[in-house]
Design a binder for this molecule. Sequence first.
Ligand SMILES: *Cc1c(COP(=O)(O)O)cnc(C)c1O
Length: 373
Amino acid sequence: MSGVPSKDYRRQYAALMPELLPLLERTLLEEDPVLGGPLERFERDFADYLGARHAVGVGTGTDALVLALRALGVGPGDEVVTAANTFIATVTAILTVSARPVLVDPDPATMNVDAEGVRGALTERTKAVIPVHLYGRAAPMAAIGAVCAEAGVTVVEDAAQAHGARTDVEGRAGACGALGCFSFHPSKNLGAFGDGGLIALDDDDLADELRARRDLGKVGKHAVRYVGANSKLDTLQAALLGLKLPHLDEWNERRRAIAARYREALAGIGDLKLPDDPGGGRHVFHLFVVRTPGRDALRAFLKERGVKASLHYPIPPHLQDLADADLGYAAGDFPVAEEFARTVLSLPVAPELTDEEIGRVCAEVRSFFGAPA
Ligand SMILES: *Cc1c(COP(=O)(O)O)cnc(C)c1O
């Protein structure tokens, strides 16, 4: 029996190939390779999909966060609040603009930060809050938005794991805060064949500024207004993403169906904690992250049986040994995030996985815990 991968890009591309090859041919023969038609069309389509006025394509999700913070004027002496259990890139972006990351322990029930956590972290130096829709589950935007509005602090969403997720306010994840940052890294729910990123927003002036900032700060052919980045969403990636976007909702549905299957098959076995689905499309299961103190043994057991389960993330940002930055935190500062780091395990969830493969994962996990097949 062959194994169960955590995802399989080849299956996705094989299915898209009949449309993809002519699209690539058209793009190479007809279009401007930099900031051209395919990028403009994808930006329009993605903005419309989200319900945002503007979308600005950039080189990576990390750059999207960095440019968003820069455009807001966040810099030395400023604090930016975010989740203690996020992927390192959120923290890297804050450090890159020389601001201080102020971390918040997540709510154990949702694995996301909540409004109370955010409120407790605000100071007079707080310039922005970055809620992360971690694992694809929308953070509580209504409550976080209210806390931030009251404090006069800007909300920048890290929606890198939540393309298409609904939220508890109007607009999808990435279109509820002042700015929403996306990654199109191949592993994400909407992925390029390489790197890509995007900033969604409504503010016209800020959108102009971001378009300049991704292009060396240029506001005309030769005139430069900002110390910008050279970080544009690549034209071929934009064309590919435009081809994939109409499939995003059906792919997210498939992810939810796989999650529902796991929740049913794995409920109540051993000490395994499962993620819930808040419903209403608010979770797009970028990852299906379970928790158990026996994580390492379960992972090794699955590996022996050909099932690939991964770790997101085994070292929280505040415990990374950074050579060029000191976050000023120590072990014990974020007990919830630290417990997650020891106990999380991501079971395979990708639209292209078959029911048979998901069934095998369920059977192997049940067998590890000694539950009847
Ligand atoms: C992937 C990711 C990023 C960074 O995106 P890149 O395109 O890899 O730079 C940022 N935040 C979160 C939560 C992510 O998952």
